[in-house]
Design a protein around this ligand. Structure first.
Ligand SMILES: [Zn+2]
Length: 443
């Protein structure tokens, strides 16, 4: 196997002892085989990282990659969540496989350039022959570790739902396609590049039966469950009115708690719901920029962490962020807790832990998210010699002063960003394709 020796970096390991030191990392194939000062070079290819910060690759736990084609749509720029959705549904209903592939490629490229090596995705609409396969192809072409989830909506406008009927599916067909994509793509082994999850869009876009059946199917197949939960006040009001209980109770009643479940947002979880999530090891994808962008509120991240809830970060769909920069998202998470709780509420190191190890644990990836022997070689190298960190007394405090674009990025030991540029696909050409598709949708 090919060996790579990364030399001379300041290493923030995120391992069990939270070790920090200046030294080297040896990669053999897809695995980290040695970490420490002055490692012997042997036959390894050397990557010089003197003056750089080396961290685990960042992990994104919530996204809708297809939305990268609908950033900053004028009618949705200043709307609240439900109004925003109603503006965008008619546009999304014109998507097909090409839009899904190109939009996902751009979203994944943006994540990679911001230090992300593992991302989940939540694709819950399949117009005009689109399939989960389209986004998996995009991740494979870029070389990113990918956890796509087979989302779904089944309650259309004619049944009192939000989406137009043309964007919803029949529930038996949804379950059938969930089985198809799990059987075709899910890999449960250590080092897996693709793991599939099952993910009805939200409790208000599918029936109680589908929520329950999805949970039964996921357990039968040994895959994870994901959805949106308790995102804002409208969400809580809807749950109380339609289901007669809060979202946490609804989730628990239908089998949607446990270490194989993670929920996006959870801005409005109350104290007893936080305790229940901690007890059941139910994960949360915290999406601070999206919560700011849509005015949803400040998630009780400090309380969740203190209670022991597994928490990762998510950039959320590009139409509700509208950016997809994960290291910037980590900074936002840190700042937002300080707005709510004071300057000592969250450190740069803790927010970066959530963005790496925290996310890996939420996604059930105990083989990723830390720089340690035997873990997968998913590594981000940040150039601290540039203007963003000039004058910094603590180069490891990258969320206070540091770059937002990665210098080198390794996924499963393969380098996909080199010298700040994506090397696995032709990014300029992909941006051109994306802009042509966006133009056609506007007309
Ligand atoms: Zn979302």
């Amino acid at each position: 196997m090919t060996q790579t020796l990364i030399k001379g970096a300041t290493i923030l390991t995120m391992d069990d002892d939270a070790r920090e030191f200046t030294g080297d990392v040896l990669i053999d194939g897809g695995v980290i085989t040695a970490v420490g000062p002055d490692l012997p070079q042997g036959d390894a290819k050397v990557v010089h990282a003197e003056g750089c910060l080396l961290t685990p690759g960042l992990v994104n736990t919530h996204h809708h990659l297809y939305q990268t084609l609908t950033r900053a749509v004028p009618g949705g720029q200043d709307a609240l969540l439900f109004g925003w959705l109603k503006t965008l549904y008619p546009i999304w209903s014109r998507f097909g496989p090409e839009e899904m592939y190109v939009s996902a490629s751009i979203g994944l490229a943006e994540l990679a350039l911001s230090g992300c090596t593992l991302t989940s995705d939540h694709l819950y609409l399949y117009p005009n022959g689109s399939r989960l396969d389209d986004t998996i192809a995009a991740a494979q072409d870029i070389g990113m570790r990918f956890h796509p989830t087979r989302g779904a909506m089944s309650i259309g406008e004619s049944n009192g739902g939000l989406p137009p009927d043309s964007l919803v599916e029949q529930e038996p067909a949804i379950l059938e396609d969930c089985i198809r994509v799990v059987d075709a793509f899910h890999d449960a082994r250590d080092g897996a590049m693709v793991r599939v999850g099952i993910a009805p869009c939200s409790p208000f876009s599918v029936t109680r039966d589908l929520m329950r059946d999805a949970a039964i199917l996921a357990r039968d197949k040994g895959v994870m469950l994901h959805t949106h939960l308790a995102e804002n006040d409208e969400d809580i009001a809807y749950s109380l009115e339609m289901f007669g209980c809060r979202p946490g109770q609804y989730a628990e009643d239908l089998g949607w708690t446990g270490s194989d479940v993670w929920h996006a947002h959870c801005v409005k979880l109350d104290g007893s719901e936080i305790d229940m999530f901690a007890r059941s090891r139910t994960g949360v994808a915290h999406c601070p920029c999206s919560n700011c962008r849509l005015g949803s509120g400040i998630a009780p991240l400090r309380d969740m962490r203190d209670a022991g809830v597994p928490v990762g970060l998510g950039v959320d769909g590009s139409a509700s962020n509208d950016a997809g920069n994960l290291i910037a998202e980590a900074r936002q998470a840190m700042l937002l807790q300080r707005v709510a709780r004071g300057a000592d509420a969250m450190s740069s190191r803790e927010a970066l832990w959530i963005a790496t190890r925290g996310g890996a644990e939420v996604l059930g990836r105990h083989d990723c998210g830390q720089i340690a022997v035997g873990k997968r070689a998913d590594i981000a190298i940040w150039d601290m010699n540039g203007i963003e960190a000039a004058g910094s007394w603590d180069k490891a405090a990258i969320l206070l002063a540091g770059p937002t674009r990665v210098k080198e990025l390794f996924v499963e030991g393969r380098q996909i960003v080199q010298g700040g540029h994506l090397v696995s696909i032709d990014l300029e050409q992909m941006i051109g394709r994306q802009n042509r598709l966006a133009k056609a949708l506007i007309q």
